[in-house]
Design a protein around this ligand. Structure first.
Ligand code: C2O
Ligand code: CU
Length: 475
C-alpha cells in the first residue's frame, strides 16, 4: 500500500495534539414537509473536503450537498419521499438508491430506466421504501470517476418501532487513492487493474475523514451501521476487545449472531448493522482493525472510552432482533433454477475451461457473466440476459470461475442467501449484494415480484464497467 496511507496514519499523533473533533453527522438536506410526502433536494457538484486533515490541503472532490460523504438521508418505512437531484457536475449523472425495492423508473440507471441528468438539469425521484434498514445512494453514470471522486451518501429507512439503543451511529467507509498533496490520483479505468482487484486506494476514511478515534462511553449500547462505499476495497473488520452482534445485512434483519471469527466482511456496497455493548474499560482505547488483505492490515480507528464510569453495570436486556421486512418468501420447491457464471479477469485462465471460456468476452472487456460482457454503467437497449416471468420464485447459483472476489449486486430486489458451496448459510440472511470468493458458489433466491429491467453487476466498479454486468428482465 503506498505512502499516503502510512502518512495518513502517522498523522494520527498530530490529530490528537490539535484536539480533533469528530465531524458532526448533521444532515444538510433541505427539507420542506408537505403533508405526508417528504421532499428533499440533493445537488451533485464539485467541492473540497478535508479528507486527510492535519497539514494536508483539502481534496478536490465531487460531492452531494457540498460534503463527503453526502448528507445522511433519513426517511421512514412506508412513507413516500420525493428527492429532487440537481446536476452541477461537468458531465451527465443519475442517482441509484442502492438496495431500495422501488419502481424500475426510479432506479437511476441511465438509458435503461431514465434519461441521464445533463449538467445544469434536474430529475425528480419518488418512491416509498417498503423495507426499513441501512441503504445508500450513489451515481450510476461514469461510476468509476463519480463514485471515486466522492459521490455517495447514506439512505437510512427507520423502522416504525426501532429497537432500544443508546446511540444509532453511521460509519461510511470510503477508500481513496490520493497523491502526496492529498489530491485524487488520475488513472480511473486502468485496464490492468480492471482485470484484477480494481482501483484500491491508499487512504481509508470514516465518514469522509481519516479517523484517529471515535468517542464512546462504557456501558452504552450502540447500533452501528457500517457501509462500504469504496470502489474496490474489501474490508474485514475486527473490534479489539469487543463482541459485535450482527443484526442486519444490507438493511435486511437477520437472526442476531456473532460473525464467524469475529470478523465482519464488507465488500464494496455492502452494509452490516451491528450492536456493540461497550464493555471496555473507561479511559482505554480499542482498535478497529481491517485485515482483509494478507500482510496489509491497518487500523481504521479506535473506540476511545471516556473516563466516566459505565452507564450500566450489565448490558441492556432489551431485545435485539429487528422487526422483519416484508419481501415475499421464495418457494424453493417450485423455484426456477438458473446459473450465473462469473468469468474472466487475470490469472483465471485455467479455470475457464468448460465454462464457455473467453469466447463471449468482447473487445475491451475483462469480465463476463455467462459469456456475455456488458461494458458500461447502463444504457438504452441493453438486451436482457434472462427474462423472468413475474411472480415466480427463482433460485440462482452464482458461480465464480475467476481468481478474484466479486460483490454481486441485483437492483430492485433483496434476495435470500441460501448456501455457499452447497452448505446452508445460517441466521436467515438476506442481501442485495453478496460477496462471492474466488472459485466459490453462492445460491440465492427471490420472488420476482417487481417488474422491470434490473441490473445485475459486480460492485467492484472496475469489474462492473469492464464487463461483469447483465440485465434481468422481470415481465
Ligand atoms: Cu450500488 Cu448498480 O449499484
Ligand atoms: Cu467483481
Amino acid at each position: 500500500m503506498s505512502s499516503v496511507l502510512h502518512r495518513a496514519i502517522n498523522r494520527r499523533a498530530l490529530l490528537i495534539s490539535c484536539g480533533f473533533a469528530a465531524p458532526a453527522l448533521v444532515s444538510r438536506v433541505a427539507r420542506t414537509a408537505t403533508d405526508s410526502l417528504k421532499e428533499l433536494s440533493l445537488t451533485a457538484a464539485p467541492g473540497r473536503a478535508p479528507i486527510v486533515g492535519g497539514s494536508y490541503p483539502a481534496t478536490d472532490v465531487w460531492c452531494y450537498g457540498d460534503r463527503v460523504p453526502g448528507p445522511e438521508i433519513r426517511i421512514r418505512q412506508g412513507e413516500p419521499v420525493r428527492i429532487i437531484v440537481r446536476n452541477q457536475l461537468p458531465e451527465d449523472t443519475t442517482v441509484h438508491w442502492h438496495g431500495i425495492r422501488l419502481q424500475n423508473a426510479m432506479d437511476g440507471v441511465p438509458g435503461l430506466t431514465q434519461p441521464p441528468i445533463k449538467p445544469g438539469e434536474q430529475f425528480t425521484y419518488e418512491f416509498t421504501p417498503p423495507d426499513a434498514g441501512t441503504f445508500w445512494y450513489h451515481p450510476h453514470a461514469d461510476s468509476l470517476q463519480q463514485l471515486g471522486r466522492g459521490l455517495a451518501g447514506a439512505l437510512i429507512v427507520e423502522e416504525l418501532e426501532p429497537i432500544a439503543v443508546d446511540r444509532d451511529i453511521l460509519w461510511m467507509l470510503g477508500d481513496w487513492r490520493l497523491t502526496s498533496d492529498a489530491q485524487i490520483a488520475r488513472g480511473f479505468g486502468n485496464a490492468m487493474e480492471a482485470g484484477m482487484s480494481g482501483r484500491i486506494g491508499n487512504t481509508v476514511t470514516l465518514n469522509g475523514r481519516v479517523s484517529e478515534e471515535e468517542p464512546v462511553r462504557a456501558g452504552e449500547r450502540v447500533r452501528l451501521r457500517l457501509v462500504n462505499v469504496a470502489l474496490a476495497r474489501i474490508m474485514a473488520l475486527r473490534f479489539e476487545g469487543h463482541r459485535p452482534v450482527v443484526i442486519a445485512i444490507d438493511g435486511q434483519p437477520c437472526e442476531p449472531h456473532e460473525p464467524r471469527g469475529a470478523r465482519l466482511l464488507l465488500g464494496p456496497a455492502m452494509r452490516v448493522d451491528i450492536l456493540l455493548d461497550m464493555q471496555g474499560e473507561p479511559g482505554r482505547r480499542y482498535r478497529v482493525v481491517d485485515d482483509f488483505y494478507d500482510g496489509l492490515s491497518y487500523w481504521l480507528t479506535q473506540l476511545a472510552y471516556d473516563k466516566r464510569p459505565p452507564t450500566r453495570a450489565h448490558p441492556l436486556a432489551a431485545p435485539i432482533s429487528l422487526p422483519r421486512n416484508p419481501p415475499p418468501e421464495p418457494d424453493l420447491a417450485s423455484a426456477e433454477r438458473h446459473e450465473l457464471r462469473l468469468q474472466g479477469g487475470m490469472m483465471g485462465g485455467g479455470a475457464m475451461a468448460g465454462t464457455g471460456g473467453m469466447r463471449g468476452i468482447a473487445q475491451g472487456a475483462s469480465w463476463a457473466i455467462n459469456g456475455v460482457s456488458t461494458i458500461c454503467d447502463g444504457r438504452g437497449g441493453m438486451p436482457p440476459l434472462l427474462i423472468l416471468p413475474q411472480g415466480r420464485s427463482y433460485l440462482m447459483s452464482i458461480r465464480n470461475y475467476t481468481a478474484w472476489w466479486h460483490p454481486m449486486h441485483l437492483h430492485g430486489y433483496s434476495f435470500r442467501v441460501l448456501s455457499r458451496n452447497g452448505k446452508p448459510v445460517p441466521h436467515r440472511q438476506s442481501a442485495d449484494t453478496v460477496l462471492v470468493p474466488p472459485k466459490e458458489a453462492v445460491d440465492i433466491a427471490f420472488v420476482a415480484d417487481n417488474p422491470g429491467d434490473w441490473m445485475l453487476h459486480c460492485h467492484v466498479t472496475d469489474h462492473q464497467v469492464s464487463g461483469m454486468m447483465a440485465v434481468l428482465r422481470v415481465a
